[in-house]
Design a protein around this ligand. Structure first.
Ligand code: PEP
Ligand code: MG
Length: 759
């Protein structure tokens, strides 16, 4: 049975001086001229003797996810290098799996305990262990055992963690060298599959973004370390404040930097770091330890928004560490090669901004998703990004040649001559295309047979609008209001919202802007909003369902739209509408708000248009009724195809299985267009379909004359429109809408090539 801890603690392990003694011994290890194994043995001997435990062992991660007993005092010597545990096997395996310190009073009473006879550990009852982690990479486990049943006190667990950090620094160098050697010796060309985050292609020299190795983990003078830590935190705070006042900083960037300030000013966080320094760590190691502990807790939260903030926290911790090691702010241009492909395990947005972004042609991340802040920033610089390649930051070496295809989702490591040639050709074509598209900017989007097509912008972030400056968009066809909500810390109030929407109108010089009400839920999670854990969030409590249930949010937003567009035209659109009744309910709320504003004597918009998105198939069966009550519709092909084909749009396994250029999808698009056309209701397309050249050709062919797309697509779509003949394409398409093929893509591509349409 576990014994009460407090009394035994004093008897077996006296807390203060042996701890200090142990830290002193471990500090000495750094100076000992020994092999890695020699150093590790020295440390575990010190742990065993200072903590007066019977066993101290170090297990190391080996290929195939197994832990090898690497060094031990107390276990049978013959078992060293000959005992293996899988991750999750036995209690040590469990510590490795959970990556958390754990203490077991009596291992024999524990169901997960696995007895390894060769170690002769039968006589030992208690066991405590901590993971040896380097930058969240598991290197091994440090464990102690005693004959008595015994619960190790928090002080001991804390000390073991400190020792494990020192071991990680020693071990990492050898693990890394081994790894790199293996890779260099097998420096073969490789093609690796990846997740596409921002489309584009790039080729260049790899620069691996890495956390800097710590100079030291343990310190002898805690007071001095606390002062260093406080000074560094203060300097980083000033550095961020300076970044914030720079005129070039967009509102998203400043929202991110504000989050950093929030962490920095959090007394709890800072006090934890000071406590870690007082426990014997250097300021640098304390920052990393506390950051890792918070990250581990954040990783347990399923909320994607919180998960993505992990990278911001790590970025901030790295900044403080670099400040401590170099005593000055991070240099902006870390001499990057001219064509750099930045490779990182993870990358914070501010870390990206530390580099000279004009030299970065592509980014490869181990972990990343569309909504990560760094991806949002990269998008505003038009840098292609791919992610989801495990261990890429250890696989790639600085100077490797990388070719990145973020259209098809592949990374070529040290590509063959043929692949290089192919990329050269594609890059040249991309340049030529860019030049040609720039020439188009002043020309109208009219087909060869004179059909005018209105080209509009999909926006939500200030950077989207900034990127579209100078481009000849006819207006904003979809303004995703949830994006400013996501990048702020709390639900913006009416004044703040009015301000945001007013700015959008101003930026667009009063061209029509279609404001869509909040489309949160599914993958767009607001950190401050009551988040539900749902099995199928895309089909769950999201979008208009939330805002109809939380009517005050909807009313506040509609009021803000009305106020922002006083004296101007206001276009409001509701997302995820499932039935005419649902639309009417939302519209009624708008009318109430408008009436209220009128009664208050506030100035009103001169014109109001209320429309809906078509994203849910049920609405197609009420289309004839719908067109009688709406002023316009806009088709969200992203969600509509997801629900029509029953394919989760965020699931990369199936997202290319069904095609919006299939006869069924195109037939449906034609039906919507026909019903709207006959009723005289304007109908546009604002899903991603409208941003792709071949798809936009099909849409114009089907009779759509208003498309809304992301900023980068304008030139390409305009080139398509100007080089096609609408009625000929229409005739061709109608002939094939009943084909029995899975997709008309190949056919349409051939048609475009034959007719010299600029896809
Ligand atoms: C869509 O579903 O096509 C759409 C435009 O909305 P979102 O991508 O924001 O869900
Ligand atoms: Mg949608």
């Amino acid at each position: 049975m576990p014994q009460p801890t407090v009394k035994r603690k004093r008897k077996n392990i006296s807390v203060r001086s042996p701890f200090e003694q142990l830290l002193k011994s471990v500090r000495k290890t750094g100076r000992v001229k020994e092999s890695v194994e020699g150093k590790i043995n020295y440390i575990i001997q010190s742990v065993a003797s200072e903590l007066k435990v019977d066993v101290c062992s170090c297990y190391l991660m080996r290929p195939g996810d197994v832990l090898e007993l690497y060094a031990s005092v107390g276990l049978n010597e013959k078992a060293i290098h000959d005992t293996f545990l899988r991750i999750g096997e036995g209690l040590v395996g469990e510590i490795a799996l959970k990556r958390k310190p754990q203490s077991f009073a009596n291992v024999w009473e524990h169901a997960s305990f696995v007895y390894k006879p060769e170690t002769e550990e039968k006589k030992y009852h208690s066991l405590a262990g901590v993971p040896i982690l380097y930058e969240n990479v598991l290197l091994g486990v440090l464990s102690i055992q005693t004959k008595k049943t015994f619960v190790y006190p928090p002080e001991t667990m804390n000390l073991l963690q400190v020792v494990a950090m020192a071991m990680a620094e020693i071990l990492y160098e050898s693990v890394k060298n081994n790894l790199e050697q293996k890779i260099v010796s097998g420096h073969q060309p490789k093609k690796i599959e990846a997740t596409r985050l921002i489309p584009g292609i790039a080729m260049g020299t790899a620069y691996v973004h890495k956390r800097e190795a710590l100079n030291a983990v343990l310190a002898s003078d805690s007071d001095k370390e606390v002062k260093r830590l406080e000074t560094a935190i203060q300097s980083v705070e000033e550095e961020i404040n300076q970044l914030l006042v720079k005129p070039a900083v967009s509102s998203e960037q400043s929202a991110i930097l504000e989050t950093y300030l929030m962490f920095i000013r959090d007394k709890g966080w800072v006090n934890k770091m000071i406590k870690a320094v007082q426990d014997g760590l250097t300021a640098e190691a304390a920052v990393q330890k506390v950051c890792r502990e918070i990250v581990q807790r954040m990783e347990l939260i399923t909320d994607t928004y919180i998960k993505e903030r992990i990278h911001d926290l790590q970025d901030l911790a790295n900044r403080i560490v670099r400040r401590l090691q170099h005593g000055k702010p991070v240099v902006k241009t870390k001499k990057l090669p001219r064509n750099t492909i930045l490779v990182a395990k993870s990358l914070g947005p501010a870390e990206l901004l530390d580099y000279d972004t004009s030299r970065i042609k592509g980014i490869v991340l181990e972990e990343g998703s569309q909504t990560m802040h760094v991806v949002i920033i990269a998008r505003s610089y038009n840098i292609p990004v791919i992610s989801g390649i495990k261990n890429i930051s250890t696989l790639v070496l600085n100077g490797d040649l990388l070719a990145l295809d973020a259209f098809s989702g592949f990374l070529y490591l040290n590509p063959s001559d043929e692949v290089q040639d192919e990329f050269e050709v594609r890059l040249k074509a991309q340049k030529r295309l860019q030049a040609r598209l720039t020439q188009l900017s002043g020309l109208p989007a009219v087909t060869k047979d004179g059909v005018e097509v209105s080209l509009n912008l999909n926006a939500g972030l200030q950077s989207d609008i900034m990127n579209a400056r100078g481009a000849s968009f006819d207006g904003i066809g979809l303004y995703r209001t949830e994006l400013p909500f996501i990048s702020s810390e709390r639900l913006p109030d009416t004044v703040q919202q009015t301000d945001i929407y007013k700015r959008v109108m101003l930026e667009m010089k009063d061209k029509p802007v279609v404001f869509r009400t909040l489309d949160i839920g599914s993958d767009k999670v607001l950190p401050y909003f009551e988040n539900q854990t749902e099995k199928n969030p895309a089909m769950g409590w999201r979008s208009i369902r939330i805002t109809l249930d939380r009517r005050a949010i909807l009313r506040g937003q509609l009021r803000s739209f009305i106020r922002a567009c006083a004296g101007k035209s206001l276009h409001v659109m509701f997302p995820m509408i499932t039935s005419v009744a649902e639309f009417l309910e939302a519209k009624k709320t708008f009318e109430l708000e408008l009436k209220r504003e009128k009664e208050l004597g506030h100035p009103l918009p001169i014109e109001v248009k209320i429309g809906t998105m078509i994203e849910v198939p049920s609405l197609l069966f009420q289309l004839e009724e719908l067109v009688k009550v709406v002023d316009f519709v806009s088709i969200g092909t992203n969600d509509l195809s997801q629900f029509l084909f029953a394919t989760d749009r965020s699931n990369s396994l199936i997202w290319e299985r069904y095609d919006v250029l299939s006869p069924s999808f195109l037939k449906m698009m034609r039906y919507i267009r026909d019903v709207c056309y006959q009723a005289g209701v304007p109908c546009s397309v604002c899903g991603e379909m409208a941003s792709h050249p071949l798809e936009s050709m099909a849409l114009v062919g089907l009779g759509y004359t208003k498309l809304s797309m992301n900023a980068g697509a304008l030139g390409k779509v305009k080139a398509v429109v100007r080089s096609m003949n609408q009625s000929e394409t229409e005739e061709f398409l109608l002939r094939h809408l009943s084909d029995q093929t899975a997709s008309l893509r190949a056919l349409l591509r051939s048609y475009a090539i034959d007719h010299e349409i600029f896809i």
